[in-house]
Design a protein around this ligand. Structure first.
Ligand code: MRU
Length: 344
């Protein structure tokens, strides 16, 4: 399976290669990232985006930091500082912190080894995380496909697909696994203002796979629910609290409220690494605020009155009471049971 983001090994350690998602769906282009500074900027500017994908980008960022630190007096401390810097690129998706922490564990365990050996170990660990991400998504897909009725119309918000992960996807992994069994399923993709991940990325991925996909604007979901044209909602997640409260792309909360009103099941599909076991409820989740120009400008043209107030939260939090189940690689959990994954 082609990877959205991967470490390319060379004689001189190598580099990170990723699809530039800001160019899709018009241009498909892979770019190389060779420095921790460029990785910070690739995450911040959303060249790479989606919680699991930015986790892997973070793991690669640590490798790049280690390569840059090769001749520093304080090799280990320097890598840790760079790791912290990469971790500050985006605040909401916990996978970034999770994957960086996985790398720092390898660093800590091997800190007395030869520097070049440490870098090789960090590369191996990053590649392990990449491969595991695909395996995990396949499991999420397999469990999730069990809740998709035959011929169902599935509403999804944002892009939780192959592009948001290393491959296959979480919410779209569920769609893909369901489609393998039943070619008659359909997807309604929310446009996902302001960055348009649903319009640009979800429709791109799904139509390429031949899956029947209808693009709707974010305000249309409730209309189609009322018309009984949606059977189930499946979305991804950026951070899940121990009580099941879930942060995902702005607008997800509105979809969940509409689904509840219309008695439509609302599922979150996410790996265990998206669950933040350090927070009890979603109120503790930091919501990223992004540039107001994402709202006020389209195709370099202002779309509103000059000087109007704008605020641009990139995520919202859906309370667990609105969530039917959380689909993970360990099975499907009721939101108030998700904490059990940490007591095993
Ligand atoms: O701002 P983005 O594009 O990084 O936001 C992505 C989402 O909200 C996804 O739904 C989430 O990260 C899950 S991706 C498997």
């Amino acid at each position: 399976m082609e990877k959205t983001i991967e470490w390319i090994k060379t004689n001189n350690f190598g580099y990170s290669k990723m699809i530039d998602q800001t160019l899709l769906p018009y241009i498909y282009k892979k770019i190389s990232i060779n420095s921790s500074k460029d990785m910070y900027s690739a995450i911040k500017t959303m060249i790479v985006r989606g919680a699991p994908a930015i986790g892997i980008a973070g793991a690669h960022g640590v490798v790049l930091g280690a390569i840059e630190s090769l001749n520093c007096d304080n090799f280990v401390d320097n890598i840790k500082q760079i790791a912290q810097y990469i971790n500050s690129s985006r605040p909401t998706a916990v996978n970034l912190n999770w994957a960086i922490t996985e790398q720092l564990k390898v660093l800590e365990k091997n800190k007395n080894e030869d520097r070049r050996k440490i870098i090789e170990l960090l590369i191996d660990n990053a590649i392990r995380l990449e491969n595991e991400d695909i395996e995990i998504n396949k499991k999420i897909g397999e469990f999730g496909s069990s809740i998709i009725p035959k011929g169902a119309a599935i509403l999804t918000h944002c892009n939780a697909g192959a592009l948001a992960t290393v491959g296959w996807g979480t919410a779209l992994g569920v769609v893909r696994s369901a489609y393998e069994k039943d070619k008659t399923i359909k997807v309604f993709a929310d446009e996902t203002r302001p960055r348009g991940q649903g319009a640009r990325l979800t429709t791109y991925e799904l139509t390429k796979d031949g899956i029947d996909t209808t693009l709707i604007t974010d305000a249309m979901g409730a209309y189609f629910m009322r018309k009984k044209m949606i059977d189930v909602v499946v979305v991804g997640a950026d951070r899940i609290a121990l009580n099941g409260d879930t942060a995902n792309k702005i607008g997800t909360y509105m979809v969940a409220i509409a689904a509840k009103y219309h008695n439509i099941p609302f599922y979150v599909a996410a790996p265990k690494s998206t669950i933040d076991s350090s927070i009890k409820t979603g109120n503790e989740i930091v919501i990223e605020l992004r540039d107001e120009k994402e709202v006020s400008v389209i195709n370099d043209k202002p779309i509103c009155a000059n000087g109007v107030n704008i605020i641009n939260p990139s995520f919202d939090m859906t309370p667990s009471a609105l969530i039917t189940g959380i689909i993970t690689e360990y099975g499907i959990f009721k939101p108030d049971e998700i904490h059990k994954l940490f007591t095993k």
